[in-house]
Design a protein around this ligand. Structure first.
Ligand code: NAD
Ligand code: MN
Length: 819
């Protein structure tokens, strides 16, 4: 195209970035090795897999195919390195990370070219978005390395971390994983995605340049079935951090269940892009381009469901079509190209398959009139209208440049439609009415909400999903907690089951009450007060029921369970809960969801009130503990007192565990708000019948969750006594539901339950494993103790921010401003 033609058509001429430096770098490094212990080594298998340029379909090079033997060597190197790196002062780690950031910048153009060649994404994106963000992450986390000793003084690194990343943002995902891991003193074995290894290999070279100690970062290219799975199963890996599809995430959850490996999963999405009728439609159109045609739509948080207010839908769709006609697709290295190539022929086929299915299901498909290049793997931007919300294309992640649109009438309908997905990664809200936008944002089940913007990322602001989009956060301070564990936690591997045998007697168990005379404490309880004249009457039978929806409920089974004291005397009976009781309790907990939107002041007041009412009955509760456990009275009193103090702690925290305002490099702010997770299931520890219950229930309700609680199986009477306290403390019905019975059986039902959003389990190693396994069904968040008892009396182990973090998920709301 000559200059005259350009003037006439106002078209851009091609402006290609040279591929030569990238290709030359590849030639210089062939054959590529695996990067282990700062050495380039040949893969044990002797095999190589081809790496293609998706814009041409031609082979770029071959990379080494690691297998399990290489994984063993790399993990061993990372373990050895950890011995030193884990103790290296934060300032020293910060210096290395600062050097990494500087070197990323020095090689930025080469990295951008390599990324475009290997992945097919436009150079405009790799140059202006991917690579600058990579550098930003290393700068940002160099800062946290520096600050770890002062800001995370109660934490230590996790150890050796296995990291598995997808192909859609190859180097950026590497940065999201490696930067926080190194900052917190961990060492890493990372597996890039099969199709996009090159920038990770260039990154390894940067590690060499800056003289990072050997073994701190190891990079293994290869197939998922060889490298990924071996890493996930490796017994000497302390944590797996994964980004990829929900299916693979689910299988990793199952594989690691019970192993004690920490796990964070960043999975798929089907994010809504909501447009209200007062939005600026020209901005909306550009927003849609960034939402779904950025990176060819291969973005986990892509705004792939356009939800438009009905009265403007036609106008917006018309504008969109005009804009789509002007999108430019082609050579990713052309700086004037908007849309590059799809990463692989398999992915291209999958997109085509889903698009065909959309047409078959009756939706109306529209594509621009221009044709895609014939060479390479290209797919045109595609818009579906007339889509009904239950169809495949409205529910399934397409992971391509395909937008489905639907309409709504009212804000409430918009929220309902937006949340009508099993995912919860991100959402965009477009409106010129800030009141409306800020009202809608908290109602969306998504980890990131962008107001009048979309697909913005920054190291300062956490990113991650709700529901089946996974758990854990990357970015921000919250991202650090994925790479640390409390200092008091010494054991790294799960214990064998902690069996608290029924009727086990402690040495002083036969003396339940040292400071009172005779038999006593529990007899007083069973047979009325000890003031003399009542003692001769038979006791009035007192049968604790279950507590569901604010009512005392008989067990569905019609069976009761006998409860014994340590000497084997029966001291009471509780309901034998079953599946049906759990179902009712979960329903009641859902019905109480208003608890989360009430004021934090109100929640604090109620927690104080529970403490007040418990303290009135201190003696009774202490005696109940003595009766169930055979522990000395004084000991039991202190358990009650610690419980009261703990209620005060969470009453205090209720209105103080707040979010922060991030200042990413945009004009605007990001509100990071901890939100309740939703309906949580809690299986209480066997020990400390009252304190175990209170220590878990109080933080969870302080943060706005509603609960189904299974108390200690052997000693449930303190928890069942508690519901009388709850009833008199203005706790709304259904916020806390208590189901007694066989703890592990009930836990299993809860872990399997699709309407439970998170589960805590404090019991046997075996039980922990079962809970983690079952949680994969709906990807509920879990928190388990792998059979390690906690010292509940110790405020460091028994209370604090760890409990609050496990009770919340952070939502980041992006609010750009300025006229
Ligand atoms: P994928 O799940 O197939 O693969 C991701 C990574 O896991 C790759 O490195 C792959 O080799 C490896 N892997 C595959 N099977 C494995 C197994 N059984 N054990 C261990 N490792 C295994 O996903 P993909 O096709 O590479 O990427 C696309 C998906 O990733 C999309 O669903 C997208 O939503 C998701 N994604 C999510 C995020 C996020 O931050 N939430 C970011 C990017 C992509
Ligand atoms: Mn490639």
């Amino acid at each position: 195209m000559n200059v005259m033609e350009i003037f006439e058509t106002m078209e851009y001429g091609p402006a290609p970035e040279a591929a030569a430096p990238g290709l030359a770098w590849i030639k210089e490094h062939e054959p590529f090795g695996l990067y282990i212990n700062n050495q380039w080594v040949k893969p044990a298998s002797g095999q190589y897999i081809e790496s293609i340029n998706p814009a041409t379909g031609k082979q770029l090079t071959k990379v080494a195919a690691a297998n399990g033997a290489d994984v063993d060597v790399a993990v061993a190197a990372a373990r050895t390195a950890y011995e030193t790196w884990g103790k290296t002062p934060g300032h020293v780690r910060a210096r290395y990370m600062y050097a990494i950031a500087r070197h990323i910048q020095k090689h930025s153009r080469l990295l951008a070219v390599l990324e475009s060649l290997d992945n097919g994404k436009p150079i405009r994106e790799t140059r202006d978005i991917d690579i600058p963000l990579v550098a930003r992450h290393f700068y940002y986390y160099a800062g946290w390395a520096q600050l770890m000793e002062s800001q995370l003084r109660d934490y230590q690194p996790v150890g050796v971390v296995g990291q598995i990343i997808p192909w859609n943002f190859p180097l950026l995902m590497l940065a999201w994983k490696i930067a926080p891991a190194l900052a917190m003193g961990n060492t890493v074995v990372l597996k890039p995605a099969r199709y996009t290894s090159l920038t990770a290999l260039k990154f390894a070279e940067i590690m060499q340049e800056i003289d990072l100690p050997p073994g701190v970062v190891n990079i293994l290219t290869g197939e998922a079935s060889q490298v990924g799975e071996a890493l996930v199963r490796h017994p000497d890996v302390n944590k797996i951090a994964f980004t990829g599809s929900t299916d693979v995430g689910r299988s990793i959850r199952r594989t690691t269940a019970g192993s004690g490996k920490k796990l964070s999963l960043e999975l798929g999405g089907k994010s809504p892009f909501i447009v209200f009728d007062d939005a600026d439609l020209d901005s909306v159109v550009e927003g849609v381009v960034d939402a779904i045609w950025f990176n060819q739509g291969q973005v986990c948080c892509a705004g792939s469901r356009l939800l438009v207010q009905e009265n403007i839908a036609n106008r917006l769709i018309e504008k969109l079509r005009v804009r789509m006609e002007h999108l430019r697709i082609g050579n990713p290295l052309d700086k004037a190209v908007d849309i590059g190539a799809i990463v692989s022929p398999g992915q291209l086929k999958e997109i085509q398959r889903l698009v065909n299915q959309g047409v078959e299901e009756g939706a109306v498909m529209w594509q621009p009139s221009w044709a895609c290049p014939i060479e390479g793997y290209f797919f045109p931007p595609t818009l579906f209208t007339n889509v009904s919300p239950a169809t495949t294309i409205a529910q399934v992640e397409i992971f391509g440049p395909v937008l489905v649109s639907m309409t709504f009438r009212t804000p409430a309908e918009a929220v309902e439609l937006a949340n009508n997905t099993r995912y919860g990664l991100a959402a965009s809200v477009w409106s010129d009415n800030i009141n409306l936008a800020l009202d809608v944002a908290p109602k969306l089940k998504a980890g990131s909400v962008w107001i009048n913007c979309t697909n913005l990322f920054d190291a300062s602001s956490g990113f991650g999903g709700y529901r089946e989009s996974g758990f854990g956060r990357e970015g921000g301070k919250e991202g650090l907690y994925e790479y640390v564990r409390p200092k008091w936690e010494t054991q790294e591997t799960p214990l064998e089951a902690l069996h608290i045998a029924k009727n086990s007697t402690s040495s002083n168990g036969s003396e339940p009450n040292e400071d009172e005379d005779g038999e006593t404490a529990f007899q007083d309880l069973a047979f009325g007060s000890s003031n003399g004249h009542l003692a001769t009457l038979p006791a009035i039978d007192r049968t604790p029921k279950m507590f569901i929806g604010g009512k005392q409920a008989r067990p569905d089974s019609g069976y009761s369970r006998d409860i014994y004291d340590p000497q084997g005397h029966m001291i009471g009976q509780v309901g034998e809960g079953n599946r049906k009781d759990i179902r009712n309790a979960v329903e009641a907990a859902h019905a109480a969801s208003g608890w989360a939107v009430g004021t934090t002041h109100n929640r604090a007041q109620i927690l104080y009130y529970i403490a007040e009412n418990l303290s009135i009955r201190e003696d009774e509760f202490a005696r109940r503990i003595v009766q169930q456990t055979g522990r000395p009275y004084a000991d039991a009193v202190s358990e009650v007192q610690v419980s009261i103090s703990r209620l005060f702690s969470y009453a205090a925290w209720a209105d103080k565990f707040e979010g922060v305002v991030h200042r990413p490099p945009i004009r605007g702010a990001v509100l990071a708000m901890p939100e309740a997770i939703g309906v949580m299931a809690i299986a209480c520890p066997e020990e400390y019948p009252l304190l175990g219950f209170i220590s878990l229930v109080a933080p969870a309700i302080a943060m706005g969750n509603t609960l189904v609680v299974v108390p200690s199986q052997q000693s449930p009477l303190s928890a069942t006594d508690c519901y009388q306290v709850l009833e008199t403390s203005d706790l709304p019905n259904g916020v806390v539901n208590v189901v007694t019975g066989a703890s592990d059986t009930l836990s299993q039902v809860l872990a399997d339950h699709d309407d439970v959003d998170a589960m805590w389990y404090f019991g046997s190693a075996e039980g922990c494993k079962n809970v983690e396994l079952a949680s994969a069904g709906n990807m509920k968040r879990t928190w388990v103790n792998y059979g390690h008892p906690r010292n509940w009396l110790d405020p460091v182990q028994g209370e604090g921010e760890e409990f609050l973090r496990e009770s919340t998920q952070v939502k980041n709301i992006w609010i750009p401003y300025g006229e």
